[in-house]
Design a protein around this ligand. Structure first.
Ligand code: NAD
Length: 491
């Protein structure tokens, strides 16, 4: 059985290397979503507190930007080692505050570590370019510089990986950072701050202010914040992008999703079924790369669905800390209620409920079982909206062309997958689908740290994506020097 937490901790902000109690009078309870227990209280910090953190970061930037890049990278090497040493504890915190099972939590920790590893390459990644002779005795060199204070605003569903998309690269290239973690999963970020300090990061380079709207607005409005990295829902991302851009900051906002998978008749059905289940119901469907819709070719739809339902019945639901559990809870009671409303809407709109996740779930905690609707159409809200829960829609299609047309009607375009053994179909899919991250015969095509996380349409606002070389460009600015060195004259 999982451990019962009895002591409720009041979380603090981390500013200038100190753990500072917030001056706010407003605290929000942090729950273990699997048990409904309160495990911490998070301060809803004030604008003054985020202003102070930004000023501290702006001051620290003056020195940190001049620290040789290989020394900055060395701090990240230390940090990487500490993360490795603390893997299990980090995963346990994630499961406790987010609900995903321990195996998935360990996977998330691994993904975060990969971002740190990528950022240790800053000495190479920051190199500019040059040309010796662009005119007689004239050369040109492109140098990269950090931009200043970066603000990071993160969602509840990846409390470790998503902050690690941001601050390791931002600080490796010489910026300083203010993180506002999700108020629903704020505990993991506390551990990250502790380990950064232990790794030898100077005071003020990484700061963390807990809270909600006021802290976000504080970051968006402060003139010393030069760039904002946001990951979260579509409406908030659009708001953050517009307000940050209006204040003349660089903004990258990675937002919501409704990812489609296409299953063709020449697919390995066993493999496709296993992958669709892992993608749709893993992390309780609370992944921006979760499969929410399957467009399946008519000829194999019945066989596919039958396997899908059979395997779905085997999914073990419960506390993610317990051995063998696959499907944990959704994050809060209101997310559970919202999901139940969507299930009812699906029924009312005429979809056929073939797996009912409202039944046989634990009473404590915010559980929704795996839910599958067949005969879904594109006018239904269960097809249009991001539900962010273990609810899967099946659409039967004539062929690949129709499947791609349906997928492309979605306002979102984060990821899309195809299951087939035909190379021409894969090529057609790649060339015609609207989505930035594609999977071929796999369910969660989340790119590794060295490639960009590249959603399209309403799944992303901005130009440069998170991760990969995009992140180096996003967190640096360039100085291009054109210099005339008149050739010396020799006797
Ligand atoms: P959310 O938008 O509710 O919250 C994200 C952050 O914004 C949090 O730090 C929160 O405090 C802040 N916030 C929320 N409402 C705000 C408001 N009105 N004004 C200012 N700030 C506000 O998102 P969430 O529920 O925590 O996370 C789930 C969402 O994130 C899903 O839509 C998911 O698809 C998306 N997501 C996207 C990606 C991606 O790469 N595209 C990755 C992970 C999650």
């Amino acid at each position: 059985m999982s451990e019962v937490i009895t002591r409720v901790k009041k979380l603090k902000n981390f500013i200038n290397g100190d753990w500072v109690e917030s001056k706010t009078t407003q605290y929000e309870d942090v729950y273990n979503p699997a048990t409904n227990e309160i495990i911490a209280q998070v301060p809803i910090s004030t604008k003054e507190e985020v202003d102070y953190a930004v000023e501290v970061a702006a001051k620290a930037f003056k020195e940190w930007r001049n620290v040789p890049v290989q020394k900055r990278a060395r701090v990240l090497f230390n940090f990487q080692q500490l993360l490795q040493n603390n893997k299990k504890e980090l995963a346990r915190i994630i499961t406790l505050e987010n609900g995903k099972n321990l195996t998935e939590a360990l996977g998330e920790v691994g993904r975060g570590i990969e971002n740190v590893e990528f950022a240790t390459g800053a000495p190479t990644l920051m190199m500019g370019d040059s040309l010796t002779t662009i005119a007689t005795d004239v050369e040109i060199t492109n140098y990269r510089y950090p931009i200043g204070v970066v603000g990071g605003i993160t969602p509840f569903n990846f409390p470790m990986m998503v902050p690690c998309w941001m601050f390791p690269m931002a600080i490796a290239v010489g910026n300083t950072f203010v993180l506002k973690p999700s108020e629903r999963t704020p505990m993991l970020a506390e551990k990250l701050a502790e380990l950064l300090e232990e790794a030898g990061l100077p005071k003020g380079v990484f700061n963390m202010v807990h809270g909600a709207h006021d802290v976000v607005n504080g970051l968006l409005d402060h003139p010393e914040v030069k760039a904002i990295s946001f990951v979260g829902s579509q409406p908030v991302g659009e708001y953050v992008y517009k307000r940050g851009s209006a204040n003349l900051k660089r903004v990258q906002a990675l937002t919501g999703a409704k990812n489609h998978s296409i299953v063709l008749q020449d697919a390995d059905l066993e493999h496709a079924t296993t992958n669709v289940i892992a993608s749709a119901f893993g992390s309780a469907g609370e992944r921006c790369m979760a499969c929410s819709v399957v467009a399946v070719e008519d000829d194999i739809a019945d066989a596919f669905l039958q396997r899908l339902i059979e395997k779905t019945k085997e999914v073990q639901i419960g506390n993610g800390l317990d051995e063998g559990v696959f499907l944990g809870p959704v994050i809060r009671e209101q997310n559970k209620q919202r999901t139940l409303e969507y299930i009812q809407k699906g029924i009312n709109e005429g979809a056929k409920l073939v797996c009912d996740g409202r039944q046989s779930v634990p009473e404590e905690g915010y559980f929704v079982g795996p839910t599958i609707f067949d005969e879904v159409t594109t006018d239904m809200s269960i097809w249009k909206d991001e539900i962010f829960a273990p609810v899967l829609s099946i659409i039967r299609v004539k062929n690949l062309k129709e499947a791609v047309e349906i997928t492309n009607k979605s306002e979102f375009a984060n990821g899309a997958c195809i299951y087939t053994s035909n190379a021409s179909s894969i090529r057609y899919f790649r060339e015609n689908i609207d989505a930035g991250m594609l999977g071929v015969n796999l369910g969660v095509p989340a790119p590794m740290a060295f490639f960009p996380f590249s959603g399209w349409k309403s799944s992303f606002y901005g130009t440069l994506h998170a991760n990969g070389k995009d992140s180096v460009d996003f967190y640096t600015r360039k100085k291009v020097v054109t210099a005339n060195y008149k050739a010396p004259t020799f006797e």
